[in-house]
Structure formats: C-alpha cells, structure tokens
Design a protein around this ligand. Structure first.
Ligand code: MN
Length: 128
C-alpha cells in the first residue's frame, strides 16, 4: 500500500480515533478535523491525497462541505463520504452530490484500510 496524506473530517471523537489508528498503522499521515471550520485553512496548508468526509455533523454537514469544496480551487480532490448504516438514503444522495464513493459506518475494521487503499488508486468504495 502506498503511504498517503489523508484528511478526515468527522465529529465523533471515537470514530476519529479508530479511523486514525487504522490508517496510521498502514503508514498514512492523517490529519483530523472535527468539522468544517478549519477545512479550507487546512487545505491551504497542505493538500491531502484523499478526504474522508462524515455526512452527519453539527453545523455544516458533509453535503454542505462538499458543495463548498466543489466550488473552490480544491474541487479536484477525491472525497469519500462516511455514511451511517441507518441512513440508507445518504449513500445514493452522496454519489448524486458528487462524492467519489462512500464507506458505511460502523466500518469493518479489517476492510477499512483496503477501502482507503482502493480509493487512493481511484477505485472508490461503494459498499452496501
Ligand atoms: Mn457525524
């Protein structure tokens, strides 16, 4: 697996810790944000190879942040949505909104690193 810079936007500290741990174990450099407030200043400081974006967040949600990204100079960055299993409609909506793929939470901790590796190679995860 290629090491990469991955930006995670996720409001749940428990999820963030899990995602970070799993990806750092694979050698990735992970930056975490609890929401969109610092998204653009973070992108100005360094462009990640991949963004993992939670959908459900207080304040601006993942859809709103994706729309801002698509209207910015960062529109070409690959963005994978993190969708809640219970919110089945979010997955179709995520693809329609322009996310490159989605990973459903709760994640499968054995599949997650491979889903991210696939996304880094342009094979975006669209699990059930
Ligand atoms: Mn959330």
């Amino acid at each position: 697996m290629t090491m990469a810079a991955i930006l995670i936007v996720e409001d749940s500290p428990d999820n963030m810790k899990l995602f970070r741990t799993l990806l750092e174990l694979k050698g990735h450099a992970v930056t975490g944000l609890p929401g969109g407030d610092d998204l653009f200043s973070t992108l100005e400081a360094g462009t990640p190879d991949l963004i993992l974006m939670d959908i459900q967040m207080p304040g601006k949600d993942g859809f709103a942040l994706l729309e801002e990204l698509k209207g910015s100079a960062h529109r070409g960055l690959p963005v994978v949505a993190l969708t809640a299993h219970a919110m089945a409609g979010d997955r179709d909506r995520a693809l329609a909104a322009g996310f490159d793929g989605y990973i459903t939470k709760p994640i499968d901790i054995r599949q997650f690193p491979q889903q991210v590796a696939d996304a880094l190679e342009g094979n975006f995860p669209r699990d059930a």
